[in-house]
Every structure is written in structure tokens, then in C-alpha cells.
Design a protein around this ligand. Structure first.
Ligand SMILES: [Zn+2]
Length: 316
């Protein structure tokens, strides 16, 4: 889930209700059409391709970043955006010399990363996800975005993972190891980081978001402590030259990831100190604990949703 989405929802909420401090969102359950309208999502958006290493590309469109491995074994993608984008994804793969998608790995079950399963699954791709994400895709879910809620319906059987796993899984594919690591619940309870050993690159899913403060899906098992642990665990598997693909936003590097982890720890520590002082959610938000971080990670409206989720996960 992108934080810009939260920021936009905050803006909508403020304009409709006139307050920002006490978002009570029970009445606001959106569907994809409403979300798309609210954020001017346009499925006519073209796919942009960035080749990050030999045989490894990142596709940008609408929704989460897609990592694409093309080689002698076939085609493997990490995340798949929306079904409306899949014809363009397939076209871009073809232009890069690839064929049909053999494997689609979902970093987690959120719609903006996994809805494309609805096109890839029926076309014959093998869908792979963490076992918790596979469970979530099999049922109706409400994602609590703090300011509003989004209803993600169960996927049809042919859009769900045919392979799921617990902590670790390795593909020996396209001449190198592709490692799937679940380092505990973080952004959701079913997150996977995907390490491409041959190209020395990693796709982090939404545990690392480059579009501002991250969204922590606390209602479905995510937590700030889990985010930090997940990032540190995967970081330890990498090296200083690893190419870092975030769930959203530009491809980046290890120093940027290190700074992000530091930000998570800083905000967590500041919010925890205020909780220990007996402060309420409103008081913590009013304390503006991210003031010195907003320039890099987003404006006040973006930090509001983040602080809310940090506070909630630390007081649950
Ligand atoms: Zn997400």
C-alpha cells in the first residue's frame, strides 16, 4: 500500500469531515473504483522498464513495483499490480526477449501487489506466496488504512498461490538462486523479501516503501517492531553493493535502506517514550515526533497515518 494513498485519504477526510486528529473510519469502506477515482489511478498508464542488472528488470506502472527475471529458465516476476496492467507487462517482457510468465511471486497479499494474479493465474503462471498471504487471498478482507478502509474480496481459486511456504524457499532459476525470506510479520503477517543472488538485488515489498512513511497493516498482524526486525534480518543477508527494490518508488541502495531502518527505530523509540509517559494517541500525534524526518519521508499528513499505526502496534 502506498503512503501517497494514505496522504490523499487524509486530505479527503479533512475536507469532508473537517478534522484530522480523530479519524473514525468505520463508515468509509472503499472499493477499487472509489480508490482509483480518489487517486486518479489510470490503468492506461504505460509500463516503464528499468534494467537494474543483467537479466533483471523493474517494471513501474500502477501499484507495487514488479521485479522481472528473464533468462534461460523462463520468466519469473515478483508482484503483479493489476489485471488491467498484465497485457502491458507481457508486452514489455516480450520486448525484452521473454515469453509467458512462469512464476509470479507475491511479496504479500495486498491488492496493489497481487491483483494481477487474476490475469496471470488463469493464463497458466504458477503463483507463489507466503502461507499467510495465501490464506488472506482466499477470503474477504478489510484493510484498515486508518483514515478509510478498503475491501479486498477473496480471489478466485485460479488467482491464488499454488505454492506457499513458511520461512524460506529457494528457486534455482535463470542461472542463480532466488531466495524468498519471510522474516516474521512486518508490513502484514505474510511478507516476503526476494533476493536475486546472481544479480545481487532484493525486492522488499512494502516492508520498504520509498514513497514516504510506510503503512503498517496492524489490523492484519503487522507491527513496527516486526518492520524493524524484518528489515534488519534481510539487511544482514545482503552486502554494501546490493540493489534495493522497494515496494513503491525508485530503485535504491543499501545506505538508503540503512537510513530507513534508522528512521523506523527513531520513530518507534520516540512514540514508545510518550506512551510510557501515559500519552494518548492524540497527544502523541500532537507532539509531532517526526518533524525532523518529514523532509525526507513525507509531510505531516503522511506521518499521521504512520504514527497512528506505530502507536496502535505498541499499545495492542
Ligand atoms: Zn501493502
Amino acid at each position: 500500500m502506498r503512503d501517497r494513498l494514505i496522504a490523499a485519504l487524509v486530505t479527503i477526510f479533512i475536507s469532508v469531515v473537517g478534522v484530522a486528529q480523530e479519524p473514525t473510519s468505520d463508515e468509509t469502506v472503499m472499493d477499487l473504483e472509489q480508490l482509483s477515482q480518489a487517486f486518479s489511478w489510470n490503468f492506461d498508464t504505460p509500463i516503464e522498464v528499468e534494467t537494474v542488472a543483467d537479466g533483471l528488470h523493474v517494471f513501474f506502472g500502477i501499484g507495487g513495483n514488479i521485479a522481472v527475471s528473464i533468462g534461460e529458465s523462463g520468466v519469473l516476476v515478483v508482484d503483479d499490480q493489476f489485471p488491467e496492467m498484465i497485457p502491458k507487462v507481457n508486452e514489455a517482457i516480450e520486448e525484452l526477449g521473454g515469453g509467458p510468465v512462469d512464476f509470479a511471486i507475491n511479496t504479500h497479499w495486498h491488492f496493489d501487489h497481487a491483483d494481477g494474479n487474476k490475469a496471470l493465474g488463469p493464463a497458466g503462471s504458477w503463483i507463489v506466496a507466503h502461507e499467510h498471504s495465501a490464506e488472506m487471498m482466499a477470503k474477504d478482507n478489510i484493510i484498515n488504512l486508518v483514515i478509510a478502509k478498503y475491501k479486498q474480496d477473496a480471489y478466485p481459486p485460479d488467482a491464488r498461490p499454488v505454492i506457499s511456504f513458511g520461512d524460506l524457499m529457494t528457486f534455482h532459476f535463470n542461472g542463480g538462486d532466488i531466495e524468498l525470506i519471510h522474516a516474521g510479520a512486518a508490513h502484514t503477517a505474510g511478507d516476503v523479501a526476494v533476493i536475486f543472488r546472481k544479480q545481487n538485488a532484493v525486492h522488499f515489498g512494502d516492508v520498504f516503501n520509498k514513497l514516504g512513511y510506510p503503512f503498517v497493516d496492524v489490523d492484519s498482524g503487522g507491527s513496527i517492531d516486526g518492520m524493524i526486525l524484518f528489515c534488519e534480518t534481510v539487511y544482514a543477508e545482503l552486502n554494501e553493493d546490493t540493489i534495493v527494490i522497494p515496494g513503491h518508488g525508485v530503485v535504491t541502495d543499501m545506505p538508503d535502506l540503512a537510513a530507513y531502518i534508522e528512521m523506523l527505530k527513531t520513530v518507534r523509540q520516540r512514540v514508545k517514550a510518550l506512551i510510557d509517559d501515559g500519552k494518548t494517541m492524540d497527544e502523541v500525534i500532537a507532539a509531532n515526533v517526526t518533524a525532523d524526518l518529514d523532509e525526507v519521508y513525507g509531510d505531516v499528513s503522511q506521518s499521521l497515518g504512520f504514527i497512528n499505526r506505530v502507536y496502535t502496534s505498541l499499545t495492542k
